[in-house]
Write a protein that binds this ligand. Structure first.
Ligand code: HAM
Length: 425
């Protein structure tokens, strides 16, 4: 039997890669002052249907449980985060800077970079609603990718703003009621034929000239271009300028580019929105997004009844894992140096186990033969295990000495037991 379509088995090598990514995510988030939280994998269906928007709701794994409750597996972390902050926000000093690494389930068509299950690093900040908060969150996104060995040649965070888009649509004469619908069209514009987007915009009541202007805004790749396509950006433009200023000062500027082609598919974003993509050899955007997020100032009010502004993002492990593999970046490190403790006869097993214990306590990955075996077989097992050396515990142990055999170099040396950790170091 195989795993279900769109679900992964994590054999040890895949698990080592996954854990390497998780270690890096945790280390970087903590360095930026974010603390870890978690929530339940199953929530009431209503939590998702109320605010996430049609895209995610279609993709829910939902069912009626044995107590007749309508429930769903989490397809994103934001609703749970909002529910938890809403319930106990008074207990935490602001800004709240939390991160989580949930496994999420989405019933979507499996394809390259998209599965029905993925792990998603989430970072969210609840504060007072400033451009500096947006920059802090985006700087973390950049730092996460950098810590994994990626740089400005490998990815770009495309930075946009729904507030800028609202201002632009107002200027273009698109009524507020149609803005959400326009965002859904713009979100897919790069992936569908122009006629399809035009038809959908016409369906929302936009004329040909308005449609052309919407496309021009979506193609703006800097603030000036956006301002001229939109006919001025006002305060929303100034906000974005401040976000960029802080990102430059935080050293993330070279990985971020203004790009009004981004509006994001989720319904709840209100201000700055952004999405990170891998770059291909020509500097173009390659495939699916590595991460995405934005400011959502009304969701806490709408879901939990507390008016607190928030900003955050999610970064999945699937597209990221593919990119790291393509770039030959190995993130599996972290475990201690591997050694194998061997002995020429079973009478040395007890002494050998004492050496194993001491090495493990000193941080080495130490293994040993679990059944009686000739020394030659044990040294073979040591090589198979990928050990750098074998520590041979024999007659000399009575004089507090062991032999260390360096496997690659085929060199052997006698070492005092008291100096073993240092000699292996
Ligand atoms: P999202 O854009 O739906 O945002 O997902 C964020 C990232 O998760 C994507 O860029 C992608 O890397 C990964 N991802 C999403 N769906 C899949 C899938 N089916 N298979 C593999 N990877 C996937 C959100 O979920 C927002 N809740 C993020 C957020 C947090 N916004 C504010 N705070």
């Amino acid at each position: 039997m195989q795993a279900l379509t769109g679900f992964r088995d994590f054999f040890p090598d895949a698990c080592a890669r996954r854990n390497g990514i998780f270690r890096s995510w945790r280390r970087t988030a903590e360095r930026h002052g974010f603390v870890e939280y978690d929530g339940p994998p199953l929530e009431s269906l209503e939590l998702f249907t109320r605010k996430s928007g049609p895209e995610i709701v279609k993709q829910l794994y939902n069912f009626v449980d044995k107590g007749e409750r309508e429930v769903a597996f989490r397809a994103e972390m934001t609703p749970t985060f909002v529910r938890m902050v809403g319930a106990r926000h008074r207990d935490f000093r602001k800004p709240i800077k939390w991160f989580a690494i949930p496994q999420l389930l989405r019933y979507e068509r499996p394809q390259k970079g998209r599965l029905r299950e993925h792990f998603q690093f989430n970072a969210d900040l609840v504060g007072s609603g400033t451009p500096g908060e947006d920059a802090e969150v985006i700087a973390l996104l950049v730092a996460l990718l950098r810590d994994l060995g990626l740089g400005p040649r490998d990815f770009r965070v495309r930075l946009s703003s729904r507030a800028v888009w609202h201002a632009a649509l107002d200027a273009i004469g698109v009524g507020a009621a149609a803005h959400g619908g326009v965002f859904e069209v713009v979100d897919k514009m790069e992936r569908v034929k122009p006629e399809e987007s035009e038809a959908r915009l016409a369906g929302l009541g936009l004329g040909a000239e308005q449609t052309a202007k919407v496309r021009a805004v979506s193609e703006a790749r800097d603030l000036e271009g956006a301002a001229s396509a939109a006919g001025g950006l006002g305060e929303a433009g100034e906000w974005l300028r401040q976000v960029i200023g802080s990102l430059e000062a935080l050293g993330a500027g070279d990985c971020v580019a203004v790009d009004l082609g981004i509006v994001r598919g989720l319904a709840y974003y209100t201000g700055v929105v952004f999405e990170a993509f891998a770059l291909d050899a020509a500097g173009g955007y390659d495939g699916r997004a590595l991460a995405g997020g934005g400011r959502y100032d009304d969701l806490l009010k709408n879901l939990a009844g507390v008016a607190l502004p928030a900003v955050g993002f999610g970064m999945g492990d699937v597209v990221l894992g593919q990119l790291l593999e393509e770039k030959g970046l190995d993130v599996t490190g972290g475990a201690g140096k591997r050694v194998f403790v061997a002995w020429p006869g079973e009478e040395f097993r007890v002494s050998g186990l004492g050496v194993v214990r001491a090495l493990r306590e000193a941080g080495f990955v130490a293994e040993y033969p679990l059944r009686a075996q000739g020394l030659g077989k044990q040294l073979e097992a040591a090589e198979h295990a990928g050990a750098a050396c074998a520590v041979i515990v024999g007659e000399e142990y009575a004089r507090a000495e062991v032999d260390v055999k360096w496997l690659a170099e085929r060199r052997q040396e006698r070492v005092a037991v008291g100096r073993l950790v240092e000699a292996l170091g």
